[in-house]
Design a protein around this ligand. Structure first.
Ligand code: ZN
Length: 155
């Protein structure tokens, strides 16, 4: 199986079996994100306890890229501190801003510099998306919604 196929499988797996799907009940913080270019919608609910993301859920609907990216995001950050979460968001956005399909050594070094412990894991499956600039908005929708939630919580 080639890398492209593997990435496609990972994305489809998260699309078909989204992780942390649904909405947390109040008092969880709730933010809605919308990508008008594609019609994607993300409803993010988030629980912070002592500076740690103790729970997160994703509702809404949209294309496979938007929903699988949000699913991978929840799996990656649940249980992380707010600081770690913000570093992770920053690393993901760096990856999505590199306009070539394969990361070169320099870009890997750049990501590792942000946080040597950081492993993007499944999220690397989304790096092929940067070839299609219009889809980048799909891939980053959940992440921008999460940033909005953290900002609103002043976390
Ligand atoms: Zn989309």
């Amino acid at each position: 199986m080639g890398l492209e196929d593997l990435y496609r499988e990972i994305i489809l797996d998260h699309y078909r079996s989204p992780r942390n799907r649904g909405e947390l009940p109040p008092p969880a913080h709730r933010v809605e994100g919308f990508n008008p270019l594609c019609g994607d919608e993300v409803i993010l609910t988030l629980e912070l306890t002592d500076g740690v993301v103790t729970d997160i859920a994703i509702g809404g609907q949209g294309c496979s890229i938007s929903q699988s990216s949000a699913s991978m995001m929840t799996a990656a950050i649940k249980g992380k501190s707010v600081d770690e979460t913000r570093e992770f968001i920053s690393a993901f956005k760096t990856m999505m801003s590199i306009h070539q399909q394969e990361l070169g050594d320099d870009e890997h070094a750049e990501l590792e510099e942000i946080n040597p412990e950081l492993k993007l894991g499944d999220l690397e499956a989304l790096k092929g998306v940067v070839k299609f600039p219009v889809r980048i908005k799909c891939a980053t929708l959940g992440w921008n919604t999460l940033v909005q939630a953290l900002d609103e919580l002043d976390a």
